[in-house]
Write a protein that binds this ligand. Structure first.
Ligand SMILES: Nc1ncnc2c1ncn2[C@@H]1O[C@H](COP(=O)(O)OP(=O)(O)OP(=O)(O)O)[C@@H](O)[C@H]1O
Ligand SMILES: CC(C)(CO)[C@@H](O)C(=O)[O-]
Ligand code: BAL
Length: 281
């Protein structure tokens, strides 16, 4: 497995994979890898011939400097796991490679970025699209794999790829969970033991949501039910419960008659966790 830090080297490596006829898959990450990331790598290996993983803690998508400073770093263990997963190349640039001196170009999905979770984290999705556009342009993969846990992120990236005609297929993968149902997340490492136990309430609220939607309910009843399950856990502070059309994040109200995405975010101590579920009536 090769580890590259600059644009010329990763481009050269991907070009030679391509010249050999390989289909190249990219898995963009911010490191602190867990089984969720490894599931993305496994899917990328299944649908492409050579897998490239990027590890870059992108400063422009953090609206909060403390959150960036506290982002976990487990690089040696990350590289060990990627080697074991037969990854061909890792792209691990410094910030000044991605954002050269004087950088001023941004990429933004103007509607999708500034609604729902984008209101909880202003500027976040603009940072995501800007860095993912750069990664696509640098690595030039045929396919890129993302997690559905970051559901709005996935929709934002699909929109960007369509709008900018990137020749990259986007694949979304279901959320990988801990045994008790908590969605795996690098940020789980930061939870105090009691908060870690309490965080299972997010998945429980989504189980309840799925049951309600299957039985038939309105958006308003659903939102109240999800909020009340989370609020019953005193260590959780609900930040947002967003319910929208599953395909295009469109606004929904009244009786639910088509699949909806339920996206929740809640604070446990200093840590903001998110989870989501697509529920079918
Ligand atoms: N539990 C999971 N199951 C499947 N994919 C996941 C899971 N967690 C993260 N991913 C995906 O892995 C990719 C990289 O995500 P990232 O490095 O931010 O990890 P993370 O665990 O989501 O970290 P964070 O603590 O920032 O939420 C994204 O496409 C993300 O959706
Ligand atoms: C897609 C991504 C790697 C861009 O920095 C990040 O938002 C993430 O890890 O989900
Ligand atoms: N997985 C989303 C990256 C972030 O929280 O910034």
């Amino acid at each position: 497995m090769y580890v590259y830090h600059n644009v010329r080297d990763i481009r050269g490596s991907v070009a030679s994979m391509r010249n050999g006829g390989a289909r190249v898959g990219l898995v963009p990450t911010m490191g602190a890898l867990h089984a969720g990331h490894l599931a993305l790598v496994k899917e990328a290996s299944r649908i492409s011939d050579q897998v490239v993983v990027s590890i870059f803690v992108n400063p422009t998508q953090f609206e909060n400097a403390d959150d960036l400073a506290a982002y976990p770093d487990t690089i040696d263990e990350d590289l060990r796991q990627l080697r074991a997963a037969n990854v061909a190349a890792v792209f691990m640039p410094d910030a000044n490679v991605i954002y050269p001196e004087g950088a001023e170009t941004i990429v933004e999905t103007t509607r999708l970025a500034n609604m729902l979770h984008g209101l909880v984290r202003p500027g976040h999705f603009r940072g995501v699209t800007t860095v993912v556009a750069k990664l696509f342009n640098i690595v030039q993969p045929d396919v890129a794999v993302f997690g559905e846990k970051d559901y709005q992120q996935l929709q934002v990236i699909r929109r960007m790829v369509h709008d900018l005609h990137f020749p990259v297929e986007i694949v979304g993968l279901p959320t990988v969970r801990e045994a008790d149902g908590l969605a795996m997340s690098s940020r789980n490492l930061r939870l105090a033991a009691e908060d870690r136990k309490a965080a299972v309430v997010l998945n429980q609220s989504l189980d309840e949501a799925e049951r309600l939607v299957a039985k038939g309910c309105t958006v308003e009843t659903l939102r109240d039910a999800v909020k009340s399950v989370i609020s019953a856990e005193p260590r959780a502070s609900v930040k947002a419960v967003d319910i929208c059309g599953a395909d295009d994040l469109s606004e929904v109200s009244g009786q639910i008659t088509s699949p909806v995405a339920i996206m929740i975010s809640a604070q446990f101590g200093e840590t903001l966790l998110i989870d989501q579920r697509v529920a079918h009536p």
